[in-house]
Ligand binder design. Structure first.
Ligand code: PEP
Ligand code: MN
Length: 343
């Protein structure tokens, strides 16, 4: 951390601040220039609150050199993390593809889609049982019945299930029933939920909040990890911008940025990013090209009658073609691969 003092800040005030900071177990180097005096802090500054330093009337500016997240930081864990879900890996060399409907609607629907996406090469089944809808009058999901139907689809296909949790009081049930617990964009900063999920060992799919920065996403991962659960998979799902042609704006630059900052695997959700079914395929390919570890894609066997997000769901047939193209893209070697050597 670097602290720039105001021009002509009294020497005694600089010393008072220096001594205060030294009590936080850091070394403080004072460099005096012609007009400005700069304090350079060396050591672990993670517990020092910059806002308190900024409140000092003699301080001009504060710059953090270190990031606030430690466990999610690549600096302290140079190798890419791989999350293992019953032998299926997210973050390894292979693409991890999660596919399925926005919501579980019936046994026939979820089992049929699960069989279809499995045939095309998906490694996980998605399906919302508890749905975070903007309107309380929209379909809210089949809730616990939805979890039961997902379990049937898993039994029929062997695909591990990925589904969203909305409340900490469902954690026990989710730990028992599902393979990957999804934290949706709207709950990315539900810190109490994150802390409770951190006490489990379940893989967590943490989606980026609608208006969250990359650092805020990594801080949310840190909440989970700081409680002991290191099985975190990040997900870029589009963010709110001034552009309203698409539902959100897919932030593809988040992939290389996160790969540089963190060792955690990151996947992309082109369905919620675009909100338009015909954009899912090109965005999915782009995400793989820039080095995403996987994708989560909404697939529905009857998008026009889907109870949720039909407009952004692709049919099993289109999904099958997309999987063929993605495999070709991976084989071509064009896909960006990240390691400590290149980030
Ligand atoms: C979802 O994946 O079903 C979902 C609601 O996504 P998000 O939280 O990204 O909006
Ligand atoms: Mn959806």
């Amino acid at each position: 951390m670097v602290i720039i003092m105001k021009p002509h800040a009294p020497k005694e005030e600089i010393l008072v601040l220096k001594h205060r900071l030294e009590k936080e177990n850091v070394q403080v180097n004072v460099s005096e220039g012609q007009d400005y005096c700069v304090l350079g802090l060396i050591g672990d500054t993670s517990k020092i609150e910059t806002t308190k330093i900024q409140a000092n009337v003699y301080v001009e500016d504060v710059h953090k050199v270190q990031q606030n997240y430690k466990l999610a930081n690549r600096l302290f864990h140079p190798d890419n993390s791989v999350v293992n879900i019953d032998g299926r890996k997210v973050g390894g060399n292979e693409l991890a593809i999660i596919a399925g409907p926005c919501s579980v609607e019936s046994e026939e629907q979820i089992v049929e889609i699960a069989k279809d996406v499995k045939k095309s090469g998906a490694k996980f089944l998605r399906g919302g049982a508890f749905k975070p809808r903007t309107s309380p009058y929209s379909f809210q999901g089949l809730r616990t019945e939805g979890l039961e139907l997902l379990k049937i689809a898993r039994q029929e296909t062997g695909l591990p299930i990925v589904t969203e949790i909305m409340s900490a009081n469902m954690i026990e049930k989710f730990v028992e029933d599902v393979d990957v617990i999804q934290v949706g964009a709207r709950n990315m900063q539900n810190f109490e939920l994150l802390k409770e999920l951190g006490k489990t060992k379940k893989p967590i799919l943490l989606k980026r909040g609608l208006s969250a920065t990359i650092e805020e996403l990594l801080m949310s991962a840190e909440y989970i990890m700081s409680e002991g659960n290191e099985n975190v998979i990040l997900c870029e799902r589009g963010i709110r911008t001034f552009e309203n042609y698409t539902r959100n704006t897919l932030d593809l630059s988040a992939i290389p940025a996160i790969k540089k900052l963190s060792h955690l695997p990151i996947i992309v959700d082109p369905s919620h990013a675009a909100g338009l079914w015909w954009m899912v395929e090109p965005l999915a390919k782009a995400a793989v090209a820039v080095g995403a570890d996987g994708l989560i894609i909404e697939v529905h066997n009857d998008p026009q009658n889907a109870l949720c997000d039909g407009q952004q769901s692709i049919t099993p047939n289109r999904f099958d073609n997309l999987m063929g193209d993605l495999n070709k893209l991976v084989e071509s070697g064009i896909r960006q691969v990240y390691s400590t050597a290149n980030v």
